[in-house]
Design a protein around this ligand. Structure first.
Ligand SMILES: [Zn+2]
Length: 231
């Protein structure tokens, strides 16, 4: 199910059964002292790998490519800022090429969710869907699948840190966080609920709820696509 590891005959089988491609799209960006800078991508990559098991399809190689990161926003280093033009070109070319390959359901799961980054990708995605009436897609940041579950996703916060601890516990070190004061976006590059309370168990709970909802929405699109082909 990892596209880069599949042989042509395996890809052809997937295209016949479930022409779904998940694109995990994140960044290399400061995520507090406690987390690896690739958190956004690692997070959505693991979520996609779980969702694809429920729906069929393939997972595209994870992308580390974020626009409107903590670097221009608040001057945080250990961050690679990529331009809007670059992420839009990449999105356009990958979507078109994957369409040409025969995929028809496209999921861009955005682990980095700066407002302008999300807007830039959605703009390209919507143009793409307009151009190809037989293509379907979901283009959204990961917390969007939890909005009805009362779970909020912030930046390097309780939510993101818990998910990271669940997927890759060896990459998180909570002891690196300051103690005895509040954590802030300006000083710590952390926005949202307190990551010092993050746990593996909570990461597992969030991941399960998220994957369930994502897979449900993808299965809906698969049904719509099948109706379209029949009709
Ligand atoms: Zn993040």
């Amino acid at each position: 199910m990892k596209l880069e590891e599949m042989k042509p005959c395996e890809i052809e089988k997937v295209l016949r059964e479930a022409p779904i491609v998940y694109i995990p799209w994140g960044s290399l960006e400061w995520h507090g002292e406690q987390n690896p800078i690739g958190l956004d991508t690692l997070k959505v990559y693991h979520l996609c790998l779980r969702a694809v098991r429920k729906t069929g399809g393939v997972v595209f190689p994870p992308l580390y490519c974020g626009y409107e990161t903590m670097k221009p926003y608040l001057g945080f280093k250990r961050t690679l800022e990529v331009s809007k033009e670059t992420i839009q070109s990449l999105a356009r070319e990958y979507l078109e090429q994957l369409y040409d390959e025969g995929f028809r359901i496209f999921v861009i799961l955005m682990g980095h969710y700066g407002a302008r980054h999300v807007e830039a990708l959605k703009e390209v995605a919507n143009e793409f869907l307009k151009k190809h009436p037989d293509a379907k897609g979901i283009f959204a940041p990961d917390p969007a699948f939890l909005s009805e579950k009362g779970i909020r996703g912030g930046h390097a916060d309780y939510y993101e840190t818990s998910l990271m601890m669940f997927f890759r516990p060896e990459l998180v070190d909570l002891s690196l966080l300051p103690t005895g004061r509040d954590l802030t976006i300006e000083k710590d590059g952390i926005g949202g609920d307190d990551p010092r309370k993050a746990t593996i168990e909570e990461g597992e709970r969030i991941a399960n709820l998220l994957v369930e909802e994502l897979a449900r929405q993808v299965k809906e699109l698969k049904k719509e696509l099948e109706n379209l082909e029949r009709g």
